[in-house]
Design a protein around this ligand. Structure first.
Ligand code: HEM
Length: 178
């Protein structure tokens, strides 16, 4: 997985927890690269899971809760660093409907060796259904990203989880107007 996802994970812990805790997390995760991720490098996603597990042990928080919190924070960072992908979108619904194309075409142009997840959004009556699928187990990060973009655009939407797809590799989210 691209280094940007790992380096932002460390940035998140430094900012929302503390730089000292970020160091402890890196030590606890026993990473071969000692936390030195470059944005264009490619690293096993297990290293991100190891950092989240180490952070869970240090904070007493559940891994799912931390993954979701990381996704929420990451949403703001991606909006800041990749403004070009947000042009023309004024709502989370319109942005999420475009995200699969952005992942598949734009992100792949930027990082040709990326293997982005499938994130398909479809309008269903008043709701938006967002289906996540990946060979990586980051459904909770996707949940946090969706929450993050709802807040980023200031939309009045609640995110429900379809309990029939509870797995970390595949999940369906229902976005409902409040
Ligand atoms: C401008 C917005 C976005 C950018 C630039 C972006 C970019 C990326 C990049 C570079 C990766 C690493 C892929 C790899 O290394 O193979 C990634 C992974 C990921 N993206 Fe996005 N992304 C964006 C928005 C979203 C949104 C809105 C969602 C979900 C709703 C999402 C869900 C994920 C997840 C869960 C991963 C982790 C890898 C996996 O699950 O397979 N992303 N994204």
């Amino acid at each position: 997985m691209k280094g940007v996802i790992f380096s932002e994970l460390i940035n998140w812990v430094e900012e929302d927890f503390s730089p000292a805790l970020a160091d402890q997390m890196i030590t606890g995760a026993q990473l071969p690269v000692c936390g030195g991720y470059t944005a264009v490098g490619n690293y096993p996603h297990e290293q991100a899971l190891a950092m989240l597990a180490a952070l869970g042990a240090l904070t007493g928080r559940e891994g799912d809760d931390l993954s979701d919190a990381y996704g929420y924070w990451l949403a703001g960072r991606l909006a800041k660093h990749y403004p070009q992908y947000f042009a023309g979108h004024d709502s989370a619904i319109s942005f999420l409907e475009a995200i699969d194309g952005i992942h598949q075409k734009e992100v792949s142009k930027l990082y040709p060796d990326a293997r982005t997840p499938s994130v398909i959004a479809a309008v269903n009556g008043q709701d938006l259904l967002v289906s996540y699928a990946s060979h990586r187990p980051f459904a909770e990060v996707a949940h946090g990203l969706i929450r993050g973009y709802i807040d980023h655009f200031g939309d009045n939407l609640a995110v429900l989880r379809d309990e029939q797809t509870p797995g970390p590799h595949a999940a369906r989210f229902i976005l409902q107007r409040k």
